[in-house]
Design a protein around this ligand. Structure first.
Ligand SMILES: C[S@@+](CC[C@H](N)C(=O)[O-])C[C@H]1O[C@@H](n2cnc3c(N)ncnc32)[C@H](O)[C@@H]1O
Length: 231
């Protein structure tokens, strides 16, 4: 189904939009492994076309996530400690920095993407790692905010990462911005991601504050913004 939709978009769109859609689709092809996915993003970044292909006109993940965080933290933004999970080339960090946030760390398994993020000089630490992490141990309650923009998808962040996000957040917030259709189209998430979110709420670990569906999140696809308050 995702392939048919991609083909139809690619055939009916101007060349540059079609190429950008196709590049993005490659990172989400059905059955892609986490290692293949990370290598794909690294290559995409090294070609120098990621930021242009997913320009703000085509992909609004970073601005949507930054706006939710800015609306949640009106004061003392310089001291709010944020982990940008799936930081990529640092687009969310850039938006947060513009809004006055200064304690920014990033985590992403694609070194090619992080190489671009590093040059932006806005992150204190950049970890080349998958979430949940295996090679570094982030202390419990280390961050005020965990933010994910565009990090969910086929072969991307698995459901089990949610519990780790809660663990490393100290009574702050978790923000996840993702393409809405992945809730159904990605086998890892279908009938699992939202039930696990609910399970964590039933266990008193976090509370859902927002679940907003927004149009034109990525190309012409809806996005969904989840905002949780960690207890
Ligand atoms: C579409 S890009 C989004 C990058 C950036 N947040 C942005 O909005 O431009 C998706 C990113 O998710 C990262 N990613 C995928 N699975 C991940 C995981 N398990 N843990 C951390 N990052 C992951 C990829 O390496 C890639 O850089």
């Amino acid at each position: 189904m995702a392939e048919e939709k991609a083909n139809s978009y690619i055939l009916s769109s101007p060349r540059q939009d079609a190429e950008a859609y196709s590049a993005n689709f490659g990172a989400h092809r059905v059955g892609i492994s986490p290692q293949e996915m990370a290598e794909y993003y690294s290559q995409w970044a090294r070609q120098g076309t990621y930021d242009e292909d997913l320009s703000p006109e085509r992909y609004r993940g970073p601005t949507l996530a930054a706006d939710v965080i800015a609306q949640t933290y009106l004061h003392n933004r310089h001291s709010v400690k944020i982990l940008d999970v799936a930081a990529g080339t640092g687009r969310l960090g850039t938006e947060l920095h513009k809004q006055g946030f200064r304690c920014l760390d990033g985590l992403d398994p694609a070194e090619g993407m992080l190489a671009i993020a590093r040059k932006k000089n806005i992150y204190r630490h950049l970890f080349c790692e998958f979430m949940p992490t295996e090679n570094i141990n982030i202390p419990k309650g280390d961050y005020d905010v965990i933010a994910v923009a565009g990090g969910m998808g086929e072969g991307h962040i698995p459901c089990k990462a949610l519990r780790e996000m809660v663990r490393i957040t100290k009574s702050g917030h978790v923000v996840i911005v993702m393409r809405e259709e992945y809730l159904d189209h990605v086998a890892e998430y279908k009938d699992r991601l939202e039930p696990i979110m609910l399970e964590l709420e039933d266990q008193g670990l976090w509370q859902l504050l927002q679940r907003n569906v927004v149009p034109n999140y990525s190309f012409d696809n809806n996005g969904v913004i989840f905002l949780f308050k960690v207890c």
